[in-house]
Write a protein that binds this ligand. Structure first.
Ligand code: ZN
Length: 203
């Protein structure tokens, strides 16, 4: 297992759309940046790249490169997902917090979770976006900017193959989660019962 963290900040300004988690949020100000300045996706990408020891988004998508001017961060997130797949990393989960005084994020959270899961090819329950305010304190509290924090957990496919060698009787050899399935538990219980019977017989 490998953990990663990410943090990002963008200033709010006029004449820009407000895009967070790939959702266009109606507001009179937007985040300023070279790309669409999607602060949440930037924090998440940094967490993912960090966990994979692949550097950060500045390294892969430099803000002086014209290819990334105004680009949707959803596209960049997909590219990061591809990089992790190339390195045989599997995303376990992502947890993230948006820190913004205004506007209210709650109505858009579900769509953000769905966007992130879809871009990375994972399930919605593996992504959890939250939002909070800073009670009027600091640059987010006074509405000058919006920040985001993210953490993620990755496992590597090679780790899983090693586990498979240790537990050869479990074909997937991974988390053992399948043993919690009723069918598997029934089989296990039956085995135990049979063993008990055998012992009794021997007596
Ligand atoms: Zn950013």
């Amino acid at each position: 297992m490998r953990a990663g963290m990410g943090y990002d900040v963008h200033r709010l300004g006029e004449g820009r759309p407000l895009v967070i988690g790939g959702v266009n949020i109606p507001y009179d100000l937007g985040l300023i940046g070279h790309s669409d300045a999607d602060v949440l996706l930037h924090a998440i990408m940094d967490a993912l790249l960090g966990a994979a020891a692949l550097g950060d988004i500045g390294k892969h998508f430099p803000d002086n490169d014209d290819r990334y001017r105004g680009i949707s961060s959803m596209k960049l997130l997909k590219l990061v997902g591809d990089m992790l797949a190339d390195e045989r990393f599997i995303i376990e989960n992502i947890d993230a917090t948006i820190i913004a005084e205004r506007p209210k994020m709650r109505p858009y959270i579900d769509e953000m979770n769905a966007n992130i899961a879809e871009a990375l090819g994972i399930e919605k329950h593996q992504v959890n976006v939250k939002a909070t305010t800073e009670e009027g304190l600091g640059f987010t509290g006074t509405g000058k900017g919006i920040s985001a924090q993210a953490i993620c957990l990755l496992s590597s496919a090679s780790e899983l193959t090693e586990t498979a060698a240790v537990f050869p009787d479990r074909p997937c050899g991974t988390c053992g989660g399948c043993m919690m399935m009723p069918e598997a538990t029934d089989k296990e219980n039956k085995k135990k019962k049979d063993k008990k019977k055998d012992r009794k017989k021997k007596k």
